[in-house]
Design a protein around this ligand. Structure first.
Ligand SMILES: [Ca+2]
Ligand SMILES: [Ca+2]
Length: 226
């Protein structure tokens, strides 16, 4: 009976949080001109679809903070292909000023590797060897040091050894993306591979993925659930 009560409360709380977030998201659309001022690391790589070609692959970014963040000068790199975000096609979203809770999806314009393994690093400048410029990171399929895992380890964003082996997310099925669960199980900004799930793509939408904890986390909502 107690468990049932907790369960009901949890679902009620979820509904309340969801309602608040939906209202917040709706309100945010009126604040597009507000000045940027959040922490860069509030922006996370929320989802990556790497199983397509250069025209089909995409990355989804989410502002988890409570301030707008200007990402117009930022870059991504994936196994040594570098692109400024400002040159990418916006598939979902309006511009590169991310309001709190806002999700944006960008076409990568390059064929992100889904066969032998690759990584995805998000940077505030194109000085990729400087870990201080990294904002977020993940790697999939291979434990080898094949990209920017060294910078991510130094930054304490990703676990592993310098020059490998490193943590990695298992290979996604051809129709799957890799989606962030909305938690950093390593503490602080340290994300583990177990904080990602390969699942049906939710392009431009909050991720609803089942993490190891057995709870449904919705990226960006998690901090309110704790
Ligand atoms: Ca690809
Ligand atoms: Ca998504």
């Amino acid at each position: 009976m107690l468990i049932n009560s907790i369960s009901i409360c949890f679902h009620s709380c979820c509904a309340l949080v969801l309602t608040i977030l939906l209202l917040t998201t709706a309100a945010d659309t009126t604040l597009a001109s507000s000045p940027a001022g959040g922490l860069d690391t509030d922006v996370v790589i929320n989802e990556v679809f790497y199983n397509g070609n250069a025209d089909q692959d995409w990355i989804e970014l989410l502002n988890t903070g409570d301030s707008a963040i200007d990402i117009s000068a930022w870059w991504f790199c994936s196994r040594f292909a570098y692109r400024p975000l400002s040159t990418r096609t916006i598939l979902v979203g309006d511009d590169l000023l991310l309001e709190p809770g806002e999700i944006i999806v960008l076409s990568t314009g390059i064929d992100i590797d889904g066969s032998t393994g690759a990584d995805m690093g998000l940077y505030i400048t194109n000085s990729f060897g400087n870990s201080n410029n990294m904002v977020d990171f993940l790697q999939w399929i291979t434990p080898s040091q094949i990209g920017r895992s060294n910078e991510a380890i130094i930054r304490n964003f990703w676990s592993g050894n310098i020059n490998g082996p490193v943590d990695f997310v298992e290979r996604a099925e051809p129709d799957e993306s890799v989606a962030f669960c909305g938690i950093n199980s390593g503490g602080g900004l340290l994300t583990l591979s177990s904080d990602f799930v390969n699942s049906q793509p939710s392009m431009g939408m909050p991720n609803t993925v089942n993490c190891d904890e057995g709870l449904i986390f919705i990226a960006g909502f998690e901090s309110l659930l704790r």
